[in-house]
Design a binder for this molecule. Structure first.
Ligand SMILES: Cc1ncc(COP(=O)(O)O)c(C=O)c1O
Length: 369
């Protein structure tokens, strides 16, 4: 339907072959391929971190929060500009997501508003790496540390991005990635929790399998199992893991392509009519390419591009405007939500297509057609 799609996965013969191998092996559940993908991710991050793979990025956030001890009635601070998955993952364990405002320049959580909303019921900040960037993360980490709350990173957009030159920054606590169909690497569906806190990873491995903790009697060798906590059926399966293993091998090529396309947008969009996000493209593996246009022009620009066969996206409607998550006003998030438009970005997109989108966006915003 669209000539130029907003996003698209890039899978080929390698992924098809890996899936066929799993089918031939005959065990499709959580097994060797999942454990191999976890090991591959650990060596990719190569910083003494442990990885637990799960069925989605949403499940990763929910289990990470449960593993740090978040309970029903606790509050979690979440930026209003994020996919609704961040909010639903919090409410799934009975905690209350509290929407915080964002910085217009980055789309990431605003420090002052977050600080204002911390009280004794707040157990964690869920910090979203919006569009693959890190925003005011350093100061947010300081705030979390000073206030004695955990900082969980919703890194669904930032797989492959560098923070302070590293894939996993030293001060990181728990990160949650998504491998859904359009993410920087995909498993079809999937996600993972990354942490150097072994306790978190050990707990996630139990919670993802219905809370089952297996035991073996050291003398008799007899196996048994015990359930102490609420668990879920959130493990990753071998089919998804097999796709992920092949995708991870292509990360450098995917990253170069995404960076190059984003750089073309940065140099060819006219800065007098389009506001780019404040983000260092050379350090980032951009997942989406949101820009801000003048209030009142966004919807007509979308319609114009639709007429040209170009798909665009809205990342995101502010979550505090949804009935379930209604809360305090977040004025920046509301302005951002009205002005933001995401332009096509994926590995199969050509440089020429991006140049064409830039030309059309500039022409529409400057000349009105
Ligand atoms: C910011 C953010 N958080 C969480 C998620 C949830 O990931 P998943 O779709 O794998 O459940 C997404 C997915 O798009 C996302 O964009």
């Amino acid at each position: 339907m669209y000539r130029i799609k907003l996003s698209q996965c890039c899978v080929g013969e390698e992924e098809a072959g890996a899936v066929a191998d799993v089918l031939r092996d005959g065990y499709l559940g959580c097994g060797e391929y999942v454990f191999a993908f976890e090991r591959a991710l650990e060596s990719f991050f190569c910083d003494n971190v442990k990885v637990a793979c799960v069925s989605s990025g949403t499940a990763a956030i929910q289990l990470a929060l449960q593993a740090i001890g978040v309970k029903s009635g606790d509050k979690i601070l979440v930026p209003s500009i994020t996919y609704v998955a961040s909010f639903q993952a919090v409410s799934a364990i009975g905690a209350t997501p509290v929407a915080c405002d964002v910085d217009i320049s980055t789309g990431c959580m605003n420090l002052e508003d977050t600080c204002r909303k911390i009280d004794e019921r707040v157990k964690a900040i869920l910090y979203v790496h919006y569009a693959g960037g890190f925003g005011d993360r350093e100061r947010m980490l300081n705030l979390a540390q000073n206030e004695g709350v955990r900082l969980i990173e919703d890194a669904a957009h930032s797989f492959g991005s560098l923070c302070n030159e590293k894939l996993i920054e030293e001060r990181s606590d728990v990160l949650c990635f998504s491998f859904d169909g359009i993410k920087n690497i995909t498993c079809g569906d999937g996600g993972c929790i990354v942490s150097n806190d072994n306790d978190v990873i050990d707990k996630v491995r139990i919670y993802r399998r219905l809370g089952i903790k297996e035991t073996r009697d050291v003398i008799t060798g007899e196996c048994d199992f015990e359930i102490k906590d609420q668990g879920w059926r959130y493990h990753m399966n071998n089919l998804n893991a097999a796709i992920g293993i092949e995708q991870l091998k292509k990360i450098n090529c995917f990253r170069d392509k995404r960076r190059r396309l984003a750089s073309i947008y940065c140099s060819e969009l006219n800065s007098s009519v389009v506001k780019l996000l404040d983000m260092d493209i050379k350090q980032t593996m951009p997942h989406i390419f949101p820009v801000l246009v003048a209030d009142g022009k966004r919807n007509s620009l979308r319609e114009f591009l639709f007429g040209q066969g170009i798909e665009t996206g809205l990342h995101y409607k502010p979550n505090h405007l949804l009935s379930k998550f209604a809360g305090d006003k977040c004025p920046n998030a509301e302005e951002f939500g009205k002005r933001v438009i995401s332009l096509p970005l994926h590995v199969s997109l050509s440089d020429q297509s991006v140049t064409e989108v830039c030309w059309l966006v500039n022409r529409f915003l400057m000349e009105g057609y």
